[in-house]
Design a protein around this ligand. Structure first.
Ligand code: CA
Length: 220
């Protein structure tokens, strides 16, 4: 799951990026307002974590611009501005949630999961399709009732397919979900992950759609 982190404080940004990567997220980190705008123009993100006090363009201005243009990506504001009028202004500008610094990574992750659930129209976290069961909070996968150990990228790839059952995703779309900027991607990386998933689950779990990409197989 690819997210955009907008934070100009190098220490906070670095520790957040590490913490989120450790949880299996693909994180692109930008440090000013215009950088955030450019990132959202070129990349599809599942969620944006947005600081408010940013160089060159304030976070609220950036956010208002996105909403005016009809962008619906969930935005969670992370800021030290804790006064009630600031929070109200943040939410009224189009933020989906608001977390005041300093915060605990566990709380941030829970709020991110809540926003991602809501975006996907689900009231709870668990995704169950056929014999597959994926728990984003616990980061576990079960197949036919048995736990299956997956790498972070295998998990992210399976999740991407399970979130859109019946839809074929291209190799490029899957790469986008799995790798952030500046990350080295082997040309056959997606194929390797797919191969491993089929080996660990079953070959029918992921179908190749010729000329298009991959989709989840029929529920066994
Ligand atoms: Ca700041």
């Amino acid at each position: 799951m690819r997210i955009l982190l907008v934070e100009d404080d190098p220490m906070i940004g670095d520790s957040l990026r590490k913490g989120l990567r450790g949880e299996g997220f693909t994180v692109d980190w930008v440090q000013d307002g215009p950088g955030a705008e450019r990132a959202l123009e070129t990349t599809d993100y599942a969620l944006v974590l947005l600081d408010l006090g940013l160089p060159r363009k304030d976070g609220l201005t950036v956010l208002s611009g996105w909403r005016r243009r009809g962008l619906t990506v969930p935005v969670l504001i992370l800021t030290a501005r804790d006064a009630v009028p600031d929070r109200v202004k943040g939410l009224d500008s189009g933020a989906d949630d608001y977390l005041v610094k300093p915060f605990d990574l566990a709380e941030l992750l829970a709020r991110m999961r809540a926003l991602l659930r809501r975006q996907a129209g689900r009231a709870r976290d668990l995704i169950e399709i056929g014999a597959l069961r994926l728990d984003p909070a616990a980061r576990t996968v079960e197949y036919r009732g048995q736990p299956v150990a997956l790498s972070a990228r295998e998990f992210a790839l399976l999740r991407a397919l399970m979130e859109r059952p019946g839809v074929a995703l291209s190799r490029e779309q899957l790469e986008d979900r799995l790798y952030g900027w500046g990350e080295e991607v082997e040309s056959n990386a997606v194929e390797v992950h797919i191969h491993n998933l089929r080996r660990k689950l079953s070959s029918g779990v992921i179908r190749t759609v010729r000329g298009v990409g991959y989709r989840l197989g029929e529920p066994p």
